[in-house]
Design a protein around this ligand. Structure first.
Ligand code: ADP
Length: 540
């Protein structure tokens, strides 16, 4: 028989994160840009009190353990109170992506069986559109005070402040099983209906602890962290938990995610670390370039969700003196699963090579294992060049989708749908998603590599590459470019530029200049929309 350790068996719980933050860093601030009014300031201690008032208010509604509470909200202080008050009291916090199509939004609210939905006033029109289709929702509560709560025809709307006001700030958090569900998030559903991932308290706590590590985001009580990554998607990479664990000041941008608003907030609140998707950083850098601005305090940015182009990494590093931590993760991995880093033996590498390294998605964080496999499931070599489907396993990786009968795993590993290489020393690089890779004449062309090469052109603001049906080659790449304001570009110039940087047969067959690209709710270019629009241009 195994000789067991004689240690306490205390559960890892979301409520314990809040209690720790309130006890140890009670005066630390959360600064939040609300939908209405000036910047709102609140301390960890006050958030703990208000979360307990919320827990009491929810208990009064008669919700049972495991009941689901939805949110349709920006990154703001009341949303943080929901994170803790809902999960802490044994209910499940279902964060909904407001940019889903209303039909899909109603689908996930019904599938999850949300009984209460909290929403920011911005989304009142959405509530009007979906309320009559969400029969299980008994309470719609606007994250606001009475004065700023809109009327919605045919829907009874309460306001958050009046909802929690009558209740006590004393609440005994239940001692839950750490494996119970704490939060629920659905995939974006680019193919088929969205699938729910139900995160346990244990998964969230471990993932949040991991986010604090120096090789991940280096979060400590010396830092001021601005998560641009939305709290409605993948738990904002667990930053609202990690900052409370570490005692870091948390700055929340609310609905204003444009370059000018982010820059102003970063400077005003002395932000040191930020996190978001590349499209957000493109907007921020464009604003800084236009007005010749530099950051006074920002020194590190976490980026992921889609590939960060090397040209942007170089700009952040060399011009703006901001270190880029480029990571990879997905709804199914709770938060960050890999992160790029420069190790001590790489510190004296030429800058260009360091940027190449950071442009890869990096090494897995402790607790996450990676491998790549071929179509038969055979493990492929970690040689940095063989490509295969990325498989992942670990303590905070999904096993079953919510309410699914069948496991999501193949032989104990989760198939990510991403195509990657892994180097002998464990550095993973995403080459494409299985559905985006371009199959041309039996060979693969990486849309990500082509986009990265294009974005290096000084007149290109954004680029997207899709595979388009071709009578001879099966598929050929089509390149769409948004030029920078007041910059002109010729098709041939782009082709010549690319011919110097990628294999000749990779050079796209067509280049189309557009004013904008369709960007989805999580800041990614919606390639499905582009495929619908341009999918037959080589066969027409
Ligand atoms: P969806 O994009 O379908 O909404 P997620 O938000 O969960 O789903 O995104 C996960 C996917 O995003 C990954 O499977 C991967 O394709 C992509 N992704 C995440 N981070 C990166 C990165 N750093 N580089 C390239 N692709 C990334």
């Amino acid at each position: 028989m195994a000789l067991y350790g004689k240690m306490m068996d205390r559960p890892l719980l979301v409520s314990a994160i809040l209690e720790h933050g309130a006890d140890q860093f009670g005066q630390q601030e959360i600064v939040s840009r609300e939908t209405h009014g000036p910047l709102h300031r609140i301390t960890f201690a006050e958030v703990a009190q208000r979360s307990k008032k919320l827990a009491n208010a929810l208990a009064k509604l008669g919700l049972k353990p495991g009941s689901v509470v939805g949110s349709i909200a920006w990154n703001n202080a009341r949303h943080v109170e929901l994170y803790y008050g809902v999960s802490g009291s044994g209910l499940v916090m279902h964060t909904c992506n407001p940019r889903l199509h209303p039909e899909q939004l109603a689908y996930i609210i019904n599938h999850a069986e949300d009984e209460v939905v909290f929403f920011d006033s911005t989304f009142a029109p959405l509530i009007k559109a979906i309320a009559s289709h969400c029969s299980k929702v008994k309470h719609w509560i606007c994250l606001s005070d009475q004065a700023n709560t809109p009327q919605v025809d045919g829907v009874v709307i309460q306001n958050y402040e009046d909802f929690i006001a009558p209740h006590s700030a004393v609440f005994a958090w239940p001692e839950l099983d750490e494996k119970s569900g704490a939060a629920l998030c659905y995939t974006s559903g680019t193919t088929g209906n969205p699938k729910g991932v139900l995160y346990s308290h244990r998964a969230i706590t471990l993932s949040a602890l991991s986010a604090c590590l120096p090789n991940v985001l280096t979060i400590s009580s010396q830092e001021t962290v601005l998560p641009v990554v939305p709290m409605f998607h993948i738990n904002a990479w667990c930053l609202p938990y990690a900052c409370v664990i570490a005692g870091a000041k948390l700055v929340l941008p609310g609905p204003k995610l444009d370059g000018a608003s982010l820059y102003e907030l970063m400077e005003a609140e002395k932000v040191t670390i930020s996190a978001g998707v590349p499209t957000i950083w493109m907007g921020l850098i464009a604003h800084c370039e236009q007005h010749n601005l530099r950051f006074s305090t920002m020194r590190r940015t976490g980026v992921g969700g889609s590939a960060m182009p090397k040209a942007l990494i170089a700009k952040f590093n060399d011009v703006y003196k901001v270190d880029v931590h480029h990571g990879w993760g997905m709804t199914e991995t709770t938060a960050i699963a890999t992160m790029s880093n420069i190790s001590n033996h790489e510190m004296d590498w030429p800058v260009e090579e360091q940027h190449n390294l950071v442009a890869k998605q990096g090494k897995s964080v402790f607790g996450v294992e990676l491998k790549i496999v071929d179509e038969e499931g055979n493990t492929l070599p970690r040689d940095g060049s063989t490509q295969g489907e990325l498989m992942v396993r670990g303590q905070w990786i999904v096993e079953h989708y919510h309410k699914a009968e069948k496991t999501a795993l193949v032989n104990g590993w989760f198939p990510t749908g991403d195509i990657a290489t892994i180097s002998p020393d464990g550095v993973m690089q995403i080459r494409d998603r299985t559905k985006d890779v371009i199959k041309s004449g039996g060979e693969w062309i990486s849309s990500i590599d082509l986009e990265n090469a294009t974005i290096a052109h000084p007149h290109v603001a954004m680029a997207a590459v899709i595979g388009v049906k071709h009578p001879k080659w099966d598929e050929r790449p089509l390149l769409l470019i948004v030029p920078k304001p007041e910059k002109s570009l010729e098709k041939q110039e782009v082709m010549d530029f690319l011919a110097e940087r990628v294999a000749k047969w990779w050079v796209p067959d067509e280049v189309i200049f557009v004013e904008s690209l369709p960007v989805g709710g999580t800041g990614k270019v919606q390639k499905n929309d582009l495929r619908v629009k341009y999918g037959s241009i080589f066969t027409e």
